[in-house]
Design a protein around this ligand. Sequence first.
Ligand SMILES: [Fe+2]
Length: 162
Amino acid sequence: MTVNDFRHLYLAELEELRSVEAQMAGNLDRLAGQATDPRLSQEIETHQAQTAGHRDRLDALLQAHGGRPDGHDDASMHAIIDESGKWVGMIADGALKDAAMIASLQRMEHYEISVLGTLAQWARMLGHDNDARVLDAILDVDRQTDARLSAIADETVNPAAL
Ligand SMILES: [Fe+2]
């Protein structure tokens, strides 16, 4: 599609974000059961369910704007997931693997947070108030997830891997 105004740009980026969340939900699903640390394992399960819910909420926003859930396939997220899968797969030790998994998950969360932050601001600017509320709510969940991952790494996983 040709993007020639801000509303169009917003919609294109919303389709990208939908792809990011769908890929993340699938990735968390694959990682479930692979963590050794019980808190990390629980966090992955919880965030998988949250992320699948986020994907569905984005589908509803896209529908309201006449966008398509499969309109874009975000190549950056594919690259981050592929890369992390490769090196996490090379680690045998449980705690070390957990540490690497958290590093990868936070890279993905930060990418999500960056896209969400931009889109929430654009939604407010364009007067898409419902979108802004949804995007802010997702952003809040991702920021909390990121903070909990930092705490798990700091308090248990990284000391165990050292
Ligand atoms: Fe997330």
